[in-house]
Design a protein around this ligand. Structure first.
Ligand code: C5P
Length: 301
């Protein structure tokens, strides 16, 4: 095989409960992830041993490093090292997931690079081994491999598929300027007046029940994000975007992960298109996209 193409989804958090900062610098968290139909594409082509290159095109490409700091490059290097692979790879990333948008764009590209290089090199890692490598790259990388709807624990890297019914129609509203995830977590720390209150974050049972029954109204009411106040403090204009969604019939309006992307749960795909059109003509956001979830994780196409 001389080249492999992988399609890899963005993630949203239906719930993100955050505990205090741990001694390793991460925050303990309880999360419900969902992969949605907004995809980056990563192509891996054979290169001689030891050579790993990357090029990036698409939305926000100018903000993505094309050095060894690129998370997809780190994924390929780590996989080669772990499996003692004597081959190189040229990675080509086409981005649609916003950079620094709170949608795991970089993590998803890393997940795609793992899946693509695994196929290109024939490493034959099993699922558990692949997820262990993914966890070393970033908190959201294992989920991006798995996809669907899943509960995340630890610092997000421990992923268990969730029992979930139905397909949900979401509208994503993008902000023209990204937010740094570490900056949002630091703002969260500054705003936390009682660390005891969130010492052991747990996924809300009413949200899990809503997913189990496939009830979008109940899901909309139980969406929750502990990072939202911090993201709003850093980007106050998002408040108006969230309010606009709520005023136009969204079943739930919330910041995605560390932001600044806002997400709205629509009644169905038709409502999602209507909401997307209304939001896009509001002048409040730079662009909008109706998507559906859950969808699978990073997969060879
Ligand atoms: O795991 P990842 O490298 O994607 O995380 C980026 C940064 O986000 C971390 O360095 C840390 O500052 C913050 N983070 C955190 N707690 C988590 C996940 C991420 O503080 N559970």
């Amino acid at each position: 095989m001389s080249s492999v193409v992988v399609r890899t989804p963005a993630k949203i958090n239906l719930a993100l409960l955050v505990g205090p900062r741990r001694s390793d610098g991460y925050h303990e968290l309880a999360s419900v992830y969902q992969a949605v139909s907004l995809y980056d594409e990563v192509t891996a082509a054979s290169l001689p041993a030891g050579e790993i290159s990357v090029s990036v095109s698409g939305v926000g490409a100018e903000h993505v490093p094309v050095t060894e700091d690129n998370l997809a490059v780190r994924a390929a290097s780590l996989l080669a090292e772990e499996c003692a692979i004597d081959e190189g790879v040229a990675l080509t990333i086409h981005k649609s997931i916003p950079v620094a948008g709170g949608m795991a764009g970089g993590s998803s590209d890393a997940a795609a690079a793992l899946v693509a290089c695994d196929a290109l090199w024939g490493t034959e890692l099993d699922r558990e081994e692949m997820l262990a490598v993914a966890a070393r790259l970033g908190s959201d990388v294992p989920f991006c491999v798995v996809g669907g709807t899943a509960v995340g624990s630890g610092h997000g890297e421990l992923v268990t598929p969730a029992l979930a019914r139905g397909t949900y129609a979401w509208v994503l509203a993008f902000d023209p300027e990204g937010l740094s995830t570490p900056a949002v977590f630091s703002e969260f720390d500054r705003m936390l007046d009682d660390p005891e209150l969130t010492a052991s974050p747990a996924v809300p049972s009413d949200l899990m029940t809503a997913l189990l029954t496939g009830d979008p109204v109940a899901l909309g009411q139980t969406l929750t994000n502990d990072l939202q106040p911090a993201a709003l403090r850093l980007r106050p204009r998002l408040r108006r975007v969230l309010d606009f969604g709520a005023e136009h019939g969204a079943l739930g309006s919330i910041v995605s992960g560390s932001g600044p992307t806002c997400m709205f749960l629509a009644r169905d795909t038709e409502h999602a298109v209507d909401l997307a059109v209304t939001l896009s003509s509001s002048g409040l956001v730079s662009s909008v996209k109706p998507v559906t979830g859950p969808v699978p994780g990073a997969r060879v196409v």
